[in-house]
Design a protein. Sequence first.
Length: 409
Amino acid sequence: MKIKFLGGAQEVGRLAVKIQEGNTKLMVDYGVIPEKPPEYPLPYEKVESIFVTHAHLDHIGGLPMCYQTHRPDLYATTMTANSMRPMLEDSIKIMDIEGYPKRFARDDINTLYEMVITSRYGDSSQVGELTATPYSAGHIPGSTMWKFENNMDFLITGDLYTGDTNLLNGAKPVKAETLIMESTYAGKNHVDRQQVVARFRERVKEIVDNGGKVILPAFAMGRTQELLMILATMDLKVASDGMGNALTNIYLDTPGGFLRSRSELKRAVGRTRQIRNNRMRMNALEEYDAIVTTSGMMDGGPVLRYVQELADDPKSAIFLTGYQVEGTNGRSLMETGVLNIAGAPVRPTMQMDFFDMSAHAGHDDLVSFVKEVDPERIILCHGEQREKLVEDLGEYEVILPMNGQEFEI
């Protein structure tokens, strides 16, 4: 089997893995690093099939480029296929707003969708000489570990989370001879999630009881819905705004057992007011205690409007729950207390707090996952500190690939 990383080997993001076994050539993901401007993988190399692990842009953001001159079949779970379009179309809008060169157009997205083949977890497909089967990766709804079987079997995790949340059950190990695994949090463990959620609830209640409002910048996929489910257990008036609303509706409308409890998410949404236009936004801060809104890193979306209106209110708070990439407004707020709003620096007097609700497995969870899969070899990717896992995986053959280098196993 030949493997070549076009991106995402020694870095987090722009994952693109080309794999050839016998005469069968496939690729897993083709994403971007959402920097300014975005960083794309190495140029697409022709394959017969592309497999998508999930619908975050660092795994799908370059996919339409693969359909400009070629039409490979595209395999994804039904939930992932339904979730990709709003993300890809929004990235075109961002290219326009930011003035970046357009790498693809809506016609390319449409071509991509003509080639989509969907499945549920556990449903196998024959692809050339390989049998491909999707399993839940526990990361966001529809996220997938793909197992490929022939003379040799291998499992690629995509982004992986092994713990249970309100929204999803954690990923379960799947036996394989070769494991290609993400290593985003190599060398770092997360605080126990139940403790994080308990502290989050306490802080939200404290702010609201003191007469303040809570602004919750949230990723549209997974985090928005998780926060709504947590807040639904509290006696609060809650609103949600931004692209998260569209994804929430997709999650509720897609059957197939991709959620831990569709009925619980539906109940939480029933207790939430979805903000749909500027007129509703004008009154939202008077009517609601907590507002869950995109963007999760505060680089755009309705969140900046809410923060601007509350900037001088020390009773109110901004609670971050996701990783803030270097160079984003969210990272600036955490490190300097300053945001950029409409081109001007703003230093809110609002309270700020961070709650680690990562959807990636921590170091010890990655090690435990490997030992339960018990592969002959491990290929570590999608991480900047992969080496920190090697010592704890001494009983296995560990491969640390680099972008652009083809190797055989």
